[in-house]
Design a protein around this ligand. Structure first.
Ligand code: BG6
Length: 484
């Protein structure tokens, strides 16, 4: 199946932090792929803006090298790369001073879609927003894109929201959570709201519990300084896992519109119960044969920051009351694997007397890698010997089922940038949503800080600390295996 490409209007995209890591790894290679797909009209421009003293020719060389280093199959399109690079400009800009703003203003066009990507430290958001206005570069229809971390607690998130609100309306602000741009994360909504099959069962009458796992094999090496101030709770749970939880738990919105979807997500966050301390397990990876420990990577021998967290959450509303949601994420685990599993209840009564095992249907949605769905159903064990039952998977890998689509090649960032250009905020976090998420996260973090909680050490390449297993075992449940 060939992916459908929706045309976009002419745009100017200014990337503040245009020479930074995210721009080189994700944004620019992603834009080149969109260019190849015909989603970058010939008169559109990407303008890099950063402190480095480069000119446009120097910037194009840098972008060429970045695509060569971080790009995928698109690297082979060397002839078209020149045409893409010709649409790039660069202006050296001082976010905190006056340098470069006049030059940027001179490039500014008012008759095209204008978007400004703040791929910089949040401490610069206010300076950029203000200067875009004082120099008349941004107008009432311009859009700004802001990266995580959006604050490190409720107070700082409120402050950031207030700063941006001085210059931009909420409808102009696109807060990125790249998980929302992942194909399969959107598929969660398609599975739930595009099928009649699941929705009637999607509640506490039929669901025993839900597991959300985002396991990574990478360490925090190289990002230790940032990570040690964040930990898995701030880095992954408050944003990415929270978004997954919302999409799996929210009520059906009346339509797939930006505020309709975000209103429903917000209700889920507000209905989240505070988590009891004994329902939280924090971990830190140990040194391996050839790998450093978390504390060595973070260069902090006394660090209490968690590189792993597992927790049991509950949503206090009519649909979910009594259904545990188990969340788990960590670095240096045995496989890179993200999945959500809905475990249904056991049958109330079995008519098969020969069968003395228990059976539960499960629906797993694999987010990455090998995106797909797996529905465990119970059938008869083949052969004679009575009616004994066995659970088997109805497994579907999306790429196989759909043929040659662009599931693999469309990165979350390029999809989200195109949504910004189209003016579609559905897959971006609204200010109140981010604040509500911090409002839930803050007391949990404050709790373990007050208790001086020390993370449990776990083996690199494992499934996390033993205590995380116990979180489910003591309720007669079991985590799904983390497997690639
Ligand atoms: C980022 C986190 O937001 O998401 C990283 O800061 C994490 O620590 C990454 O590794 C995971 O993203 P993905 O797309 O690789 O699952």
């Amino acid at each position: 199946m060939v992916a459908r490409v929706i045309p976009v209007n002419t745009f100017d995209l200014v990337i503040f932090g245009g020479t930074g890591d995210l721009a080189r790894r994700k944004i620019l290679p992603g834009l080149f792929r969109r260019f190849l797909s015909g989603q970058m009209p010939a008169d559109s421009r990407v303008i890099g803006a950063a402190r480095s003293d480069l000119n446009s020719a120097g910037y194009r060389d840098m972008v060429r090298a970045a695509i060569d280093e971080f790009g995928g199959d698109e690297k082979a399109e060397t002839k078209k790369l020149d045409a893409f690079l010709a649409q790039l400009e660069y202006v050296p800009v001082d976010a905190k001073g006056d340098g470069g703003w006049k030059e940027l203003a001179a490039l500014s066009r008012t008759d095209v879609v204008r978007a400004f990507y703040f791929s910089v430290a949040p401490s610069l958001f206010g300076d950029l927003a203000e200067r875009l206005h004082t120099h008349g570069i941004a107008g009432p229809k311009s859009r700004i894109v802001v990266e995580k971390p959006f604050g490190r607690d409720l107070d700082s998130a409120k402050e950031l929201n207030a700063t941006l609100a001085q210059h931009f309306d909420e409808s102009q602000i696109y807060r990125i959570d790249h998980y929302l741009g992942k194909e399969t994360v959107q598929n969660l909504m398609a599975v739930r709201f595009g099928n009649i099959l699941f929705e009637p069962l999607w509640n506490n009458h039929y669901v025993d519990h839900i597991q959300i796992t985002v396991a990574e094999t990478v360490s925090v090496g190289g990002r230790g300084a940032y990570y040690d101030r964040s930990g898995a709770m701030r880095d992954m749970v408050q944003n990415h896992l929270m978004q997954l939880l919302c999409l799996i738990a929210m009520e059906p919105p009346s339509k797939f519109g930006a505020d309709e979807v975000r209103d429903e997500k917000l209700k889920v966050i507000r209905a989240l119960q505070q988590v009891e301390p004994h329902h939280i397990v924090r971990g830190q990876y140990d040194a391996g044969k050839d790998t450093q420990s978390y504390r060595e990577d973070a260069e902090n021998p006394r660090s209490f920051t968690e590189s792993f967290i597992a927790m049991r959450c509950e949503i206090a509303n009519w649909r979910w009351s009594g259904v545990p949601f188990y969340l788990r994420t960590g670095k240096m685990l045995k496989a890179r694997s993200s999945e959500i599993t809905v475990v249904f209840k056991e049958l109330g009564h079995s008519i098969f007397e020969d069968d003395d095992t228990s059976h539960q249907n499960t629906l797993s949605i694999r987010l990455q890698p090998n995106e797909g769905m797996d529905l465990q159903v119970t059938i008869k064990e083949p052969g004679p010997g009575g009616m004994r039952l066995v659970d088997v998977p109805l497994d579907m890998t999306f790429a196989e089922a759909l043929g040659d689509t662009d599931i693999e090649v469309t990165d979350a960032y390029e999809r989200l940038i195109m949504d910004v250009i189209r003016g579609n905020q559905t897959l971006f976090m609204r200010g109140d949503e981010v604040e509500a998420a911090w409002g839930w996260t803050d007391p949990i973090i404050q709790g373990w800080e007050a208790r001086n909680d020390v993370p449990k050490i776990y083996e690199p390449g494992s499934s996390g600390p033993e205590d995380a297993m116990m979180l489910l075992h003591r309720e007669n449940r079991k985590w799904r295996n983390i497997k690639a």
